[in-house]
Ligand binder design. Structure first.
Ligand code: TYD
Length: 144
């Protein structure tokens, strides 16, 4: 897939004098069904998160509050995205390495994922990730 498939997606925003409302429907606003939601918060100043690639899972990241940077790397190119609003997010397909840093105080990163958590789906080692990208063995289907 690679970096060209990664993109910012703007979500519906219902503006109202009482406050704004944004919603996300799986396969309508983002290109996968949502099977898991998690959030990263109370990140200490200077800390970094991520530092992994996922074999099969698609993710969508939103800065629900505050801001942070996401650096994406597909083994050939790197690109940095700054997330700072709750009405858009970053779509990351499988087999893209990601790192998150530069968290503002009070930042909350919500992540929508296409599947349940499985450590088997992770590349935790960048060299191992690179080898998988370069040898094209990223399409392995895990044992059911
Ligand atoms: P990890 O994905 O490594 O966090 P980050 O990349 O943001 O630094 O997850 C941190 C820990 O939390 C790791 O031990 C796995 C666990 N975890 C779950 O149990 N379920 C989940 O859905 C996620 C995302 C992580």
């Amino acid at each position: 897939m690679g970096l060209k498939t990664c993109r910012l997606i703007y979500l519906p925003k219902i503006a109202d004098a009482r406050g704004n409302l944004t919603f996300i429907e799986g396969t309508r606003h983002i290109p996968f069904e949502i099977k898991r939601v998690f959030h990263v918060y109370d990140v200490p100043g200077g800390a970094a998160r991520g530092g992994h690639g996922l074999k099969l899972v698609h993710q969508f990241l939103i800065a629900m509050s505050g801001s942070f940077d996401v650096t994406l790397d597909d083994g050939q190119k790197r690109q940095i995205f700054h997330l700072n609003r709750a009405y858009f997010g970053l779509y990351i397909p499988p087999m893209v390495w990601r790192e998150m840093d530069n968290f503002s105080s009070g930042a909350v990163c919500m992540v929508l994922a296409s599947d349940y958590y499985s450590e088997e789906d992770y590349y935790r080692c960048y060299e191992e990730y690179l080898r998988a990208v370069r040898t094209g063995c990223s399409r392995e289907i895990p044992d059911q």
